[in-house]
Design a protein around this ligand. Structure first.
Ligand code: DQA
Length: 142
């Protein structure tokens, strides 16, 4: 099974940004944590990150063209605004799981709305970095 994990804006600043919300694990730690899980569970994973909306769309399209089996995506703040990412998810015939480190529903009201989740098979929010593993498990289980 081949999965792409896509991280959006500011996730490369994990361990630096708002540690009280996102924790002390760095982005590199997160990547190693996901890779380690995937190595042990026979999942072929590629992990990518961009702060740029169009690049995230390019990743989504590449996952489709290169025949990945699914995507785990944390679109960061684009979750709440990006019709372009919504359309990109809608245009591919791949299961996509949306993941958030924090519980977006317990935070500011503007985070309560996910523009992108309706195109996803499900959403995992509030379980920290373990949410990525849950997302991969969700894809494996389908
Ligand atoms: C986030 C939640 C978003 O609201 C925020 O803009 C992020 C991170 C999360 O993982 O909890 O950048 O997606």
């Amino acid at each position: 099974m081949k999965i792409m994990v896509i991280n959006g804006p500011n996730l490369n600043f994990l361990g630096i940004r708002e540690k009280d919300i996102y924790g002390i694990m760095t982005y590199e730690d997160l990547c190693n944590y996901i890779k380690d899980y995937c190595d042990k569970n026979s999942v072929n994973v590629e992990i990518v990150q961009s702060n740029i909306e169009g690049e995230i769309i390019n990743f989504i399209q590449r996952a489709y063209l290169e025949k990945y089996d699914g995507i785990v995506i944390n679109p960061g703040a684009y979750t709440h605004t990006s019709v372009a990412i919504l359309d990109a998810i809608k245009s591919i015939n791949l299961p996509v799981v949306e993941v958030h480190l924090s519980n977006i529903y317990s935070r500011e009201e503007f985070r309560h709305k996910s523009v992108t989740a309706p195109a996803c098979v499900g959403q995992i929010t509030g379980f920290g970095t373990f949410g990525y593993i849950l997302g991969i498990l969700g894809l494996k289980n389908r």
